[in-house]
Write a protein of this length. Sequence first.
Length: 132
Amino acid sequence: MVKILTISTHSRVEFIDITGDIERVAKELGVKSGICWMFVPHTTAGITINEGADPSVQSDIINQLDKIVPLHGDYHHLEGNSAAHIKASLIGCSDLVFIEDGRLKLGTWQSIYFCEFDGPRTRRLMVKITQQ
Ligand code: ZN
């Protein structure tokens, strides 16, 4: 079974900490040991796992992505949001985390982030947990 989470984003580019949402899904399903698969079914958003302790890490990633992939550039895509598509491909649209003893096995400083690159929008995140 795939669980769909709805995520409302509020800015054009934004990282949203969804660690608590994923933990809730794992708890609801009562999985003690397994793999949590997360998939973003969008072409201008992504998902990543990175430091959750210092919020400047997220803003540093966002600012550096803006330098690598400027909003306006020599793009041909008619919709005008090529930068968002490129950032989404760089970050990726899926991730996974192991579950043991009913808990996400993230590193001490890790959090899970939904990455918006063309917001604000209402987004979806697919979550599937397979028991092992
Ligand atoms: Zn587009």
